[in-house]
Structures are given as C-alpha cells and as structure tokens.
Design a protein around this ligand. Sequence first.
Ligand SMILES: NC(=O)c1ccc[n+]([C@@H]2O[C@H](COP(=O)([O-])OP(=O)(O)OC[C@H]3O[C@@H](n4cnc5c(N)ncnc54)[C@H](O)[C@@H]3O)[C@@H](O)[C@H]2O)c1
Length: 329
Amino acid sequence: MTNNTKISIIGGGGNIGGALAYTLILKELANTIVLVDLNKNVAEGKALDLGQAAAFEEGKCDVIGTDDYSNIENSDVIVILAGFARKSESDTREILIDKNKGVMKSIAPMIAKHSPNSFVIVVTNPVDIIAWIMSNELNSLIKDFNYNKLIGLSGVLDGGRFQYFAAKAINSKNCSGDIVSPYDVQPMIIGSHNNKMMPMIRYSGVNGVSFEHIMNIEDLPADDVENIKKQTISGGGDIVKLLGTSAYFAPARAICKMIKAYTKNEKRLLCCSTRIESKDDKNGIYLGLPVIIGSEGVEKKINFKFTDEELKSFNNCSQEGIKILKESK
Ligand SMILES: NC(=O)c1ccc[n+]([C@@H]2O[C@H](COP(=O)([O-])OP(=O)(O)OC[C@H]3O[C@@H](n4cnc5c(N)ncnc54)[C@H](O)[C@@H]3O)[C@@H](O)[C@H]2O)c1
C-alpha cells in the first residue's frame, strides 16, 4: 500500500459520502479524498467544508469535489455510494435494482479507465445484487479482473447494530448499571443484507464468552436473544422510518473499518458481501460471509459447516441472486 493513501468516493456528495470522508479525516486514514458526484456543486461544497475540517488534524488530507472521473486516477480504494437510497419503507432494496443497475453501468467504465487496480467497496443497495452487477461489469472491462478486489458492505454494519442491541439487552438485566461494552460484543452476521440476514448466535459472544453461556448462566432469556436478532435485522429500516432516508453514520464507520483492513494490511476477519464460489447454482453471486481482508483484498474465505437449518436460511438468502443470475444468461 502507498504511504499516500487515496480514497475515491463515487456518490460522495450524499449522506454517507460526507460522513465517510469526515471519519477518514478524523482517523487519518487518507491523504487524498475524492468526492465524485453527479451533483458537482454539492461535491465541491462538501469538499471545501471537509478540507477546512481537515485543517484541524495533524495528518494532511486534501479533499477534492468533482464530477470529473479523471480525478480518481490511481486510487487505492474506490467506494461506490452512487444511486438511489430508500426514501420510505415501501421503497424496498429490491425495487432499487433496476435504477441502480443503470448507475453501475455508467460508473464501471470510469473505474476501468482511470483506476482498474483499486480495491472496490460497493455500498449501493441492494448491496449483494449491486456488488454482483458491478463485479460483472468490471470483469468485462478489465483484463484479468480480480474478484477478490471487490466486496460489499453488509455484515460489518449489521454486526455493529448487533453489538449495540446485544450490549443493551445484557446490560438491562443488571440493575447496577452497564457492565458490557458494545465494543466487546463479537457479532457474526452472514447471508443477504436484507430481512433474511443470518445473525449467527452460536458464533457470537462477549470477549470469548459465548451467548449460550450468557443465556444459561447469566439468565439472558432466549426471547431477549430473538429480540436482539430482530432489532438487528430491522435496524436499517427503523432508521429509514424516522429519518426518511438511510442511515449514514454507522455505515460510514463500518466502511472505514473495511478500508483500514485493506490499506493497513490488517488481515481482519470481517463479514462482507463476497463472491460465492460453489459447485451449485450459487456460484458467482455475492452474499455475506466471513473473509480475511488484507492488502490483497479478500485473502481467504471462511467456510461454514452449516446445520441443516442454517443451510436452509443461507439458500433462502441466495434465491434472489440466483434468479437474477439465471435471467441474465
Ligand atoms: N450496504 C449497506 O449496508 C448500506 C447501508 C446504508 C445505505 N446503503 C446504500 O448506500 C447508498 C448511498 O446512500 P446515501 O444515504 O449516501 O444516499 P444519498 O442519496 O445521500 O447519496 C447518493 C449520492 O449519489 C449521487 N449519484 C447518484 N447517481 C450518481 C451517478 N450516476 N454518478 C455519481 N453520483 C451519483 C447523488 O447525487 C447523491 O449525492 C444507497 O444506495 C443506500 O441504499 C447501503
């Protein structure tokens, strides 16, 4: 990785773009941030504001706002936020597919032309489908395209939500106040980034103490654990109901964690939307799985030995992707 890290954010003039750039500045994770947006004025205005915010930090960071893709030349990381966000509950992620597919088709040639070796993080929803679409577009445009250099945001964000709700539930059982920090909760959320997502309780815990133990010994009722799962699954939708638009602070923080794992070669095990390689009809689609992220991108995919019930849920998560994959052939 270069010592002069350049992060380009496409659709960077929007809500997550601003929050992500600000977080990257505060954490000193970038020396150059490029906000590319159809709305040039907003991109330029946010870049000025962020550049001035960066003046308060020791680490130097230039922020460029533009609608000109030549500015993304040789980026280390490209984050894709461009597209349409959910504006109401009835605006499901799935309804967005057609609109956002067109957006990906317009962006992919720009990435192929100006920065074909970047690590690409797709955020635009429905993320598993859009990551798959973008990977196909880039594969058709870039010689020897490496699928390990493209992931989507899913389980890292959903995991943060799980940490928040799990700590709250555990702490509510203890009258003497907070005992568990959300930071110490280890989540494991796989499958699709929608209401079929799979919070894997048997792989989750608090600094090595399993949920099974917390339930049996510390008397956390099974109903409370079901509630943690439900709250995690509806976490994004509940914010849309209140704000009228998608969440952006937690998504920005989650993307930052993924960027750092790559730019600092951290070899972190993170649940990301990643390309499935299998002998069945799931082969080629994108779904959330734990992967190791380092300077090569996805360096290893962790395989699960699913129970029958988990396999049923994972297959259920894959239905939409398989349908779209078949229709595209
Ligand atoms: N994967 C996840 O976990 C997750 C979480 C939250 C939000 N999201 C998704 O992330 C995306 C961004 O969310 P947001 O809240 O920042 O949305 P937003 O509407 O605030 O920002 C999107 C930006 O994209 C720009 N844009 C649209 N089409 C473009 C194009 N062709 N080229 C360049 N820029 C373009 C818009 O002008 C806008 O500034 C949405 O699709 C949202 O659903 C995903």
